[in-house]
Design a protein around this ligand. Sequence first.
Ligand code: C2O
Ligand code: CU
Ligand code: CU
Length: 416
Amino acid sequence: MLELQSGVSRFLDGLDTTTWGINGAFLGPAVRLRKGDRARMQVVNRLPETTTLHWHGMKLPGPMDGGPHQEIAPGETWMAEFDIVQGASMNWFHPHKEGVTGRHVQMGLAGLLLIEDEVSDALNLPSAWGVDDIPLILQDRRFNADGSFDYSLAMMEAMRGFQGDHYRVNGTLDAGVALPPKEVRLRILNGSNAREYDLAFSDGRSFRQIATDGGLTENAVALTRLRLTPGERAEILVDLRNDAGEMLYLLNRADADARLLTLDVQTSGGSSETVADVLTSLTHLDPAGATTRSFVFGMMRGRFTINGKSMDMNRIDLSVPRGRVEIWEVVNRMDMLHNFHVHGTHFEILDRNGNASLVEDWERGYKDTVRLGPGETVRLLLSFEHYTTTADAPYMFHCHILEHEDRGMMGQFTVA
Ligand code: C2O
Ligand code: CU
Ligand code: CU
């Protein structure tokens, strides 16, 4: 059971903050499932407002998606039941109520949904939860003088999205984690409303990425930096075998190297084992003969638009034939950062501005959210294989900068 509830948290000295959480005062649990399981999620709304709970990254039928149409009124319970058909991956859940998603996430509603399968079992990945397998939910907040969250959007923020002045990792300010001197796994979610992270370690060391939004990559990818826009995830391995007794920081290069997390490497509990580079094989769709659709981002009369239209719950924007391979060309005509998220499936990024080499190393694999820089165009290859949906339970496509989504940068589609 997942209980959406209001509570009180203490982030600042002597000041209480009213927060929302799932099965607790703030944030939510990490729900663990296996491929082949049937998930039965009983979601109870004990909040004073109607909301929804969306399973971001999950392949499931429209009525179970938890999008804007699956509202849960105060006091009500929503049952979501679906089969886990996808492989090992880190997904997450958050509200998706039309127009107020940004505020509901900011209040604290978000949790992780982790899937394992035979492939991830066989890889010998660090998997001692909280010991060498660490989830990192990256967020930012701002506080009012009385300790409450400040979600009043200044003029700039109404445009580019909310930016807090305090970072919080897993709900903690100035977060730190004690880690053994071995190879450790960090499962990172950009759970911020609008902030972009450009992650690197304080000593510039390289690390290996093993998973994107939709799960394991084919091979571990050596990186020294990794950029995540809101909603994107990545799993990385960090080799701490030679760092016993040392301190290391995870930084946000997109914000003057701000420190997000202190890694405090212990002197015991080490191991010399490392994970091999070859991880899995992925199925790639064939772009030859694919149908192309365009999604052009813009603005009109103070609302954000896709193809000239703002979100309308009563309008279905597209109907996609089930199983057909499509190329979705997403065009950002604005001088502003956006991203693009699709419900109900994964995609692979074909190219950016027509150039396959502009797809970053950390973007190769199954994705459900992609960065769309100012003036950029990305082409995505996708297909909806698993389920069809009806007009009263469509899937969404949208910018995952929540203040943009809430101001119209979203559309709806069915798979028929
Ligand atoms: Cu993470 Cu449509 O949302
Ligand atoms: Cu989603
Ligand atoms: Cu946007």
